[in-house]
Structure formats: C-alpha cells, structure tokens
Design a binder for this molecule. Structure first.
Ligand SMILES: CC(C)(COP(=O)(O)OP(=O)(O)OC[C@H]1O[C@@H](n2cnc3c(N)ncnc32)[C@H](O)[C@@H]1OP(=O)(O)O)[C@@H](O)C(=O)NCCC(=O)NCCS
Length: 196
C-alpha cells in the first residue's frame, strides 16, 4: 500500500532531491520560480506519495498567484520518481490535489507544461495569460474548477503580494500529524482507500 499525505518539513529535503532528479539542472531559473519567491506554498495541496517502506515516489506542489487581480492556483512542480513513472502515480497526484483544491474553494488553476499530458485532467491553453519570460505561450495551461472561472481573465501572471493572503498562508501549521488528511493508495487496484 502507498500513502499520500500533505508535505511536512521532514519531507521537504527529499522532495527537493526528487525534483532535482526529475528536472533539468537549473530548474529554479525557470520563470515560474520567480512567482514563488517569498510566497508560502498552499500547504494543504502540496502532497507526497510514499510506498509502504517509506520511499518517496512522487510529489506535487502549489503556489498562489494572481492574474488580473484574481486568485489563481499555480500547479507545479509535479514529479514522479523515474523508476515508477508510467504507473498512474502522476495522475493520482494530479487528480487528488485538484479535488482537494476544488473542496477548498479555489476557482481556477494554471500551470506551465505539456498540453498532451495535462489535457487529460481538463487543462487547455490559456489565451492572453502571460507568464514572466522566457515561457512558451503554448505551454501556459488553465483549468476551471468553477464553471467559466477563466472567462475574461487575461494579463500577466503576478506574484501573490497581498499581505493578508501571504501572512495567512505562512501561519498555517507546517507539521500536522502525518495521518492527518492522508489517504492510502492501492497501486495494484489503482484505487484510493479512504476512511480506514
Ligand atoms: C510528468 C510526470 C509527473 C508524469 O507522471 P507519471 O506517473 O509518469 O504519469 P502517469 O503514469 O499518470 O501517466 C503516464 C502517461 O503520461 C504520458 N506522459 C508523461 N509525460 C508526458 C509529457 N510530458 N507529454 C505527454 N505525455 C506524457 C506517458 O507517455 C503516459 O502515457 P500513456 O498513459 O498513454 O501510457 C512524470 O513523468 C515526471 O515526473 N516527469 C519528469 C518531471 C516533469 O516533467 N514534470 C512535469 C512538469 S511540471
């Protein structure tokens, strides 16, 4: 059985190492990292996936950003260990975190990535939503969690700078008990086991 749970500070060094393994060197030079600097992540949506021996298999993170003054969730990075890629774990991280984002009331999500992968989760190219350069506009993708949430929203993607939002995110307790908000995942059945 695998276990999916919110990332804690104990997980963070391993998550960073996994991201380094899965992405090209210099990942922090990507324009999306400029939007994350000095802004706390949305911890409730940053998830880690471990096997029954505790080995880290995958992780996903989210940050808040703004477009045209509206709150937007920036998805990423997401990574699955190369030895377990192609087994549906990326889809598990995507679907579970997006369901939680929806439950928390977020209206819209964006990311920078390959449309052929992300369209299976409902993402489509965003027109007129501009990431800091250099970013290929074809890779700027969005998803409505509320119907029509992206309609009419265009402009530069900006760092979340509202003090109340940043302070609120920073106050959320970093290390809840590991069991909290965690779920088991049966990799054979490819099914989440809830409420044990
Ligand atoms: C992208 C990633 C998270 C997907 O995780 P995963 O567990 O391998 O994905 P899944 O098992 O859910 O899905 C596998 C499917 O996605 C496809 N896929 C994976 N990456 C893809 C990409 N960049 N473009 C198109 N399809 C892709 C696979 O070919 C496979 O297709 P199939 O279902 O037709 O066989 C993982 O491959 C990874 O960590 N890659 C390196 C880091 C990265 O690129 N992250 C995303 C950018 S933010």
């Amino acid at each position: 059985m695998y276990h999916l749970s919110p990332e804690t500070s104990q997980d963070t060094p391993e998550v960073e190492a996994l991201m380094d393994l899965c992405f090209a060197p210099g990942r922090s030079a990507l324009s999306s990292y400029r939007l994350r600097e000095g802004v706390p992540p949305v911890l409730a949506l940053c998830l880690v996936l471990r096997d029954d021996a505790g080995v880290l298999l995958g992780a996903i993170r989210y940050w808040p950003v703004r477009v045209a003054g509206k709150p937007v969730l920036l998805l990423g990075p997401v990574a699955v260990h190369p030895t377990t890629q192609g087994e549906g774990l990326g889809a598990l991280l995507m679907r579970e975190s997006l369901a939680r984002a929806d439950e928390l009331g977020w209206a819209r999500v964006m990311l920078v990535g390959d449309l052929p992968y992300y369209q299976r989760f409902g993402f489509a190219k965003l027109e007129g939503v501009v990431m800091p350069p250099p970013t290929n506009p074809d890779r700027v993708l969005g998803l409505d969690l509320d119907d029509g949430a992206w309609a009419g929203i265009q402009g530069d993607v900006e760092r979340e700078t509202r003090r109340d939002v940043v302070a609120g995110l920073a106050e959320i307790r970093r290390d809840p008990p590991r069991s909290q908000a965690g779920v088991d995942y049966d990799p054979q059945a490819r099914a989440i086991i809830r409420g044990k």
